[in-house]
Ligand binder design. Structure first.
Ligand code: PRX
Length: 362
C-alpha cells in the first residue's frame, strides 16, 4: 500500500533500480518523476509528496543542498504528513544537508537513511536498518552492512585494518547476489579495477571510516584523498566542514600541487542567494575548517562560483575542477555526462578573474 518516491534520474542506476525493479518487485506503487526539483519552483518535490501521498522519499544530497538554499518556506507550504521515511544516496551527505532533510522535510519524525552502494553492487550495501526498533541512526553515516555484505577496511600496504576507529580503503570480503561480474567486452579491465588492488577482495574505490561503535561512514572516493604536509584527508571532510556555514550550501574541494606542502586544498563554494559579504564568509569558512579539522586543512584558495559542474545524476565532476586549477583546461577529457557543459566556461572565467586579482594584489 505504500507509495515509493525515488526522484533519481531514470537514466542512472538509482533510477532504474529504485524507481522500477525494486518497488515493482515488491508490489509497491512507484512514482515516476521526470523534471528538476526547481521547476516550476523549489517546492516541486514537496508538492509531489502532498499530491501523491508519498511514504518513502529517496533522493540525492546534491538536490537537498540545492533546495536548502531556497529556505524552508517551499517545504513548509505543503503537507508532508504521508512521509514515513527519507533516503539519501549517491554521495556522502554532509551534516548540514542531513539535518535540514531530517528536521525540515521530515519534521524530525521520519527515519532518514543514508544508503551506500554502487552501480557495480546492484543494490544498497551499507545502510541503517530502519525496521530495527529503537535502533539509533547517527547523522551522515551509512552505518551498517546489509545482510551478507562483509565490509573490510585496508591500510595503505594492503593489510586488513582490525578493530574500530580506523579509516581505510573500503573492500567487500565475500561475493553477494547483485555483484557485477564483468565489464562488457573487457573482462580483464574488470579484474584489474576491482579485484587486483587487494587480492581476494572486491575494491570499491571508496574510503571509509569505522567508528568506535563499529559503524561505517563513507568518506569519498579514494582518489579524492589529498595529502597536505603529510596529513591525509578526504576532500569530503573539508567539504563537510565548509558546508556547515549557513550561507554556503555547496562546496567542492580538490587537491592541487603545492610547492611547500606537497598538496594544498582549493575550495569552490556556492553561496546562498543574496549573500553580499563574500570576504567575511571566506574568513568564517577558514576558521570553521581550522576548528573542526585543523589549521593545515584550511584551503589556500576559496573561489565563489554560481554553480558546480555536475553530472546528470548530480555528482560533482571534480576532475574538471582539478584540470582548471592545474592549468589543463584545454584538455578536460570526456564531459558529455555534464548536466550543462556551459558551467565549465563560467567557472573558468571566475577562476581567471580570481588569478588576476591575486597577482594584482601580490
Ligand atoms: O563513491 C560512492 C558514491 O557513489 C559511488 C557510486 O556511484 P554510482 O555507481 O554512480 O552510484 C550508484 C548508486 C549509488 C560510490 O562508489 N556513493 C554512493 N552512495 C553513497 C556514496 N558515497 C557516500 N555515501 C553514500 N550514501
Amino acid at each position: 500500500g505504500d507509495v515509493f518516491g525515488c526522484v533519481a534520474d531514470i537514466g542512472w542506476i538509482t533510477g532504474h533500480s529504485y524507481v522500477v525493479y525494486g518497488p515493482l518487485c515488491n508490489g509497491g506503487t512507484s512514482v515516476l518523476f521526470e523534471s528538476t526539483p526547481l521547476y516550476p519552483d523549489p517546492g516541486r518535490y514537496w508538492e509531489t509528496v502532498q499530491r501523491l501521498k508519498i511514504n518513502q522519499f529517496y533522493g540525492a544530497p546534491t538536490a537537498v543542498r540545492l533546495l536548502l538554499k531556497y529556505g524552508d518556506k517551499w517545504v513548509k507550504k505543503y503537507d508532508r504528513s504521508s512521509l514515513k521515511m527519507l533516503g539519501s544516496v549517491g554521495e556522502p551527505i554532509n551534516h548540514e544537508a542531513w539535518h535540514w532533510f531530517y528536521n525540515v522535510v521530515g519534521d524530525s519524525r521520519c527515519t532518514l537513511v543514508d544508503t551506500w552502494w554502487q552501480t557495480e553492487t546492484g543494490g544498497i550495501c551499507i545502510s541503517p536498518r530502519p525496521s530495527e526498533e529503537g535502533a539509533e541512526i547517527i547523522p551522515a553515516m551509512a552505518m551498517r552492512p546489509f545482510f551478507g555484505i562483509i565490509p573490510v577496511l585496508m591500510d595503505e600496504n594492503g593489510r586488513v585494518l582490525e578493530g574500530n576507529d580506523v579509516s581505510g580503503a573500503l573492500c567487500l570480503a565475500e561475493p553477494w547476489p547483485g555483484m557485477a561480474r564483468t565489464i562488457y567486452g573487457n573482462h580483464q579491465g574488470f579484474i584489474d579495477t576491482y579485484l587486483k588492488t587487494y587480492p581476494g577482495y572486491y575494491f570499491t574505490g571508496d574510503g571509509a571510516y569505522r567508528s568506535s561503535e563499529g559503524y561505517y561512514q563513507i568518506t569519498g572516493r579514494m582518489d579524492d584523498v589529498i595529502n597536505i604536509s603529510g596529513h591525509r584527508l578526504g576532500t569530503a571532510e573539508i567539504e563537510d566542514a565548509l558546508d556547515e556555514h549557513p550561507d554556503v550550501p555547496e562546496t567542492a574541494v580538490i587537491g592541487y600541487p603545492h610547492e611547500i606542502k606537497g598538496e594544498g586544498a582549493f575550495a569552490f563554494i556556492v553561496l546562498k542567494e543574496d549573500v553580499a559579504h563574500t570576504k567575511d564568509v571566506k574568513e568564517e569558512l577558514r576558521s570553521i575548517v581550522a576548528s573542526k579539522i585543523a589549521k593545515y586543512a584550511v584551503p589556500d584558495h576559496i573561489l565563489v562560483v554560481k554553480r558546480l559542474p555536475k553530472t546528470r545524476s548530480g555528482k560533482i565532476m571534480r576532475r574538471v575542477l582539478k584540470k582548471i586549477v592545474t592549468n589543463q583546461s584545454s584538455n578536460l577529457g570526456d564531459i558529455t555526462t555534464l548536466d550543462d557543459p556551459s558551467v565549465v566556461t563560467e567557472i573558468l572565467d571566475a577562476y581567471q578573474k580570481y588569478k588576476m586579482e591575486q597577482s594584482a594584489s601580490s
